[in-house]
Design a protein around this ligand. Sequence first.
Ligand SMILES: [Zn+2]
Length: 658
Amino acid sequence: MISQNSVQQILETAKVEEIVEEYVNLKRRGVNLLGLCPFHNEKTPSFTVSPAKNIYKCFGCGKGGNAVQFLMEHESFTFPEALRHLAKKYNIEIEETQTSQENIEERQYLDSLFIITEFAKEYYSEQLLNTAKGKSIGLSYFKERGFREETIKKFGLGYAPEKKDNFTLAAVQKGYNIELLRKLALTSQYNSDFFRNRVLFPIHNLSGKVIGFGGRTLQKDKKIPKYINSTETEIYNKSKVLYGAFHAKKGIRKDDECILVEGYTDVISLHQAGIENVVASSGTSLTVGQIRLIKRFTPNIKIIYDGDPAGVKAALRGIDLILEQDMNVKVVLLPDNQDPDSYLQDVGSGDFKNFIDKNAEDFIIFKTNLLLKETKGDPIKKTAVIKDVVNSIAGIPDPLKRSVYVKECAHVLEMEEQVMINETNKIVRQKIYKKRQQDQIASPKAQQQLTEELMSLQPSPESGIGNIKKDTQASVSNIEFQEKDIARILVSSGGELFDKEKNITVAAYILNNIEEVLDDFENKICEKIAKESLNLLANKKPITTNFFFNHEDVQLGNFAINVAISNYEYSPNWKKMWDIDLQTQPIPEDNFLKDSINAINIFKLRKVEKMIVKNQQNLKGYTDDQELKDYSKYQKIHLKLEAIKIELSKKLGIVILK
Ligand SMILES: [Zn+2]
């Protein structure tokens, strides 16, 4: 592991503008640098780099962070990979902490597997490009498909010769361990090659390392399987890999969309034609792991199907999985008897692009229409279709999206919207209960979440549930906002001096005042920020913005970056509800005095209001025959609390309506 010292040194040395400039053309704008965002498509620059704060932020798509986060986002590096990259650039020698012998061995073992797969790729590529058989059989096949030489090299395509153990002999002669060759399933128990007489497609992981191969036979013999794949190994987990993902990741980010096709050759053809955001699930049906992989880059998937309705119908079910991951799915059906590769060859890349743009249809609508066509008016079949479609819709986590689909599909299916709503709610409810049963031992928080999901069901128009929901949401976001405000002040100016004479920092002032309610936070990140600050104070360590930026809790780090660089905004409710004089300047570093006092008073006010409600419940419990003494005690508490409330409100400039 990289030592904490080295991490710190790297973070302090790396200049975010120098890293970003390698990928983005930046122009100076005031104290900041401005450019076109590399993470989303834009025409006017909103990607801002602040050399002073050593962070970047895009006001278009919201991405933000420091040099490490930029590399993790842009290059899909892991945290250690990004650190090593920066260390190399800035000539920082990395100090490794003592890792257990086991860890070191595990790492060396995996490394040696990657070295062998890399050797295999080189070997098969050499066979393809520089042997007579390779050229006449393999290379000519790829050329027939229209693959250019640079494309063949980019994807590392290869050829496995026919002889029984050509590769294994070469590898052993090179000194590679036969056991490892077997572990990688490149060599069989009987020392023969796994891939023979096939053209090969190396499969890369996200950082570009070869983890396995797909092999296609060029023989016409029907008994031989057309494609075989490496079996699963310690470095190749099929359910988490998509073919082409390494080469597609930049394109996917750029277009904010991932195109999904079926075959290796489809990926390569489209890529060569300049459509670079394309991956393949390589014959198997999609898995949740693969969908999550795509989701790291974009929420939008476009699936291209060969023009064969029977095949499409079979593939439909897998798509519900994608919807359940809250992704937006569109589908494109190619003309009859065409696959992406052949259609591209036929019409060229320009028309191909136009076709898929014009014919992309929302998945659920597509499915509804496709299934509806087959019912031919038969009511029993139609009922089955409705159930099927409702099931798909019910899998979508976002209630708003669900309601849009309910409306549209009810229209397409010519049925009453209310019936469709009821049916969908029924299934959503079933799913929630099922989940609740599974999570019997889950935390109260998880239960709360499920209850909220239940609340989010679309109401019948007459029920009024929607209104209740709206109100609770407003108050929840209000509480959240106050907490975020405190966290924001701690992050952006916790280390500043609140009282210069007494040498009290802003953080000390705030934390002393809210210490007793620290456990009352609703937002866990804000709570963590408050508690971490308290920790730093207790240990007499400085509270700096950088401490939060570089926090090991990535969510916390992101929160810190967002509050520090985003435009400063108060809850929209504040002005309306409490008539507080709002400050509107973008980054009010200088207003932390007023900010701190306000934030604490509001926090206290909330606490007092809670206590009043609680006390009122006590008051209510008293009937005539109970002792008057207790009643008057609670009555006194009530008056006292009301007085505090009024005092706090005055400080905040809030007018209390009676
Ligand atoms: Zn952006």
